[in-house]
Ligand binder design. Sequence first.
Ligand SMILES: *[C@@H]1O[C@H](CO)[C@@H](O)[C@H](O)[C@H]1NC(C)=O
Ligand SMILES: *[C@@H]1O[C@H](CO)[C@@H](O)[C@H](O)[C@H]1NC(C)=O
Length: 389
Amino acid sequence: MEKLRRIVNQIAYAPKSQALSTLSPLHLSLIPLLFLSSSLYKTLISFRHTLYHFKFLRKHRLPVPVISVGNLTWGGNGKTPMVEFVANWFVNDVGVSPLILTRGYGGADEAKMLQRHFNGTPVKIGVGANRAAIAASFFQRHGFINPLDIACLEVVPKTQVVSDKIGVAILDDGMQHISMARDLEIVMVNALSPWGNQHLLPYGPLREPLTSFNRADAAVIHHADMVPDECLSEMKSKILDVNRNLPIYLSAMTPSHFFKAPNTSCQLHLGVIFEKAVLCVSAIGSPNSFVQKIEKMGPLYVDRLDYSDHHQFQDKDIKMIKARLENLKNKFGSEPTVVVTEKDYDRDSKILGGLDPFEVLVLCCKLQILNHNGCSQDSFKKLLTLSLS
Ligand SMILES: *[C@@H]1O[C@H](CO)[C@@H](O)[C@H](O)[C@H]1NC(C)=O
Ligand SMILES: *[C@@H]1O[C@H](CO)[C@@H](O)[C@H](O)[C@H]1NC(C)=O
């Protein structure tokens, strides 16, 4: 399964200019099948949109404004950090309690991370596939604020207690969840692997054609700090070709601190890995961005083990990680440090915590909107405010 997935991925992300010549006969033999499935998938999606468009299917409307954060492709593109950014802003700046609706995909690692970050705050997290039903149960338990009352809310002073009633819903991975009506559609794009060969699944990485940008209210190019400006310009013009008036924001993950596993309260400064030998272990969509961040912290040496997105760590992986660590120890004569992402740690904290006697540090990051061309964190927040009225 792992192997097939890797092959399909290589086809999807083969550079257009040299696409076919770089692929092996095995890869080539798969293309017709993938292409056919991809076309079938495209037909199904557009049929589904048509049904909603002509009201053969009814959209479900929640009693509060809904902000959707979604993506067009598979793989890590900052959807969950964006959900967190939006939720934090509603609690801290607007003084409204948000309900995050998430499917809990991939062993629920993302949901677990959200739960830990928002523990003890007024942010509510509903996990499950039937998001309408889950939302209903939260509204019943906590009540909700009439949107008209929010529209005239002043920004609350920090000391004021935020009402327990839900004022806004944030749809995690909402782009394809078209059965629910939304007031703001944010589409995340991963700068490190934007749209591969531009084909739909499974031939390409797209879950929807690029024309879906027409449904968006804002596009956010995530990991924008990790690619050259020419790439960003290319992506921007591709998006603007589809939707000329779409505001495009840039975002990046900024490391904030480590915690020392398994103690989530034991927070450490980013400088603790300075001049140390480090092994980066990850199973995320963009392992390069993770490793590059670690490299910037000035370690003596960085080794890495990348697994595919959402990989469940097994005993044999732990054996392999330990073997690598022993190698590093022999090479540098001191104990190497294992660094993992928060997402991976939350999915497999038991097994990743079991690397005794080696120290495991978990890197924590926050999404930041970068300033460019008048699109700033402030203008992004204005856009969020508009969704409330
Ligand atoms: C994009 O969508 C896919 C399919 O739901 C999901 O698996 C993936 O996690 C999403 N990307 C991210 C990191 O948000
Ligand atoms: C976890 O870390 C915190 C902060 O360093 C410390 O006060 C606490 O005692 C630690 N807990 C455990 C179980 O080691």
